[in-house]
Design a protein around this ligand. Sequence first.
Ligand SMILES: NC(=O)c1ccc[n+]([C@@H]2O[C@H](COP(=O)([O-])OP(=O)(O)OC[C@H]3O[C@@H](n4cnc5c(N)ncnc54)[C@H](OP(=O)(O)O)[C@@H]3O)[C@@H](O)[C@H]2O)c1
Length: 241
Amino acid sequence: MRNVIVTGGTRGLGLAVAGHVAAQGYRAIAVARSKSAEFSSLEERLGRNSLEFVPFDLAEVEELPNLAKQLTADFGPMYGLVNNAGIGTDGALAMMPVSRIERVVRLNTLAPIILSKYVVRRMMADGGGRIVNVASITAFTGYSGLSVYAATKSSMIGFTRSLAREVGRLGINVNAVAPGFMETEMTRQMDPKRREQIAGRSALRRFVCVEDVAKAVGYLLGENARNITGTVLTVDAGATA
Ligand SMILES: NC(=O)c1ccc[n+]([C@@H]2O[C@H](COP(=O)([O-])OP(=O)(O)OC[C@H]3O[C@@H](n4cnc5c(N)ncnc54)[C@H](OP(=O)(O)O)[C@@H]3O)[C@@H](O)[C@H]2O)c1
């Protein structure tokens, strides 16, 4: 069974990715701080082995080498890594405490880069693998109040393109997905008027759901995407069209 690590695989998009890849026959290994009720019910439905949970705080970046080592020791070689865990920031940069800026950069940029470093080393030794980084359309479009968050998401795109060049000859594909607005815990606080505006501006006049993006991630992990690397797949119902 091929192993796919899904960071933040217990809620929102990560949970949908974990469920989708498990249904495709992979073993999804969800890494997050705690299990959600939705994760537990998916676990009951799928049974262990195709869905595993590993408790870990990805902000503890010094511990990431140990996490990569432990995952291989417990489950065997890693085929895929989906860098999905992330936090949002909403607020004017001028008013934002530096500690908050640091927290977002640490989780959204530093943690996926360092985790990729240790996982990709093992993929190199095993002769191949797939990495999918979760960016956001805010990496291409301005959004007031999300400057720090958008900076972290743009960084994932530069990282994706360069790492793809670096490890391609070793049989490792590196891609990103850029979702538009999705209804998850991250966006729960958003003002309903603002939501309507966002949906109204998209070409298809609707939101993207987490399953749409999960299927795009599944595609990038699959055989049909064997010649796709260094690219960004936007799933936004045409919000940036
Ligand atoms: N929602 C949107 O509209 C949207 C749009 C574009 C891109 N995205 C991106 O999609 C990804 C998922 O977002 P989402 O909306 O699904 O978020 P979410 O519902 O808030 O879920 C976040 C996931 O990350 C985990 N996580 C958070 N902090 C963590 C930490 N320190 N260590 C380990 N795990 C941690 C959470 O589990 P624990 O809290 O238990 O650790 C949870 O499983 C993010 O990268 C986000 O930037 C979201």
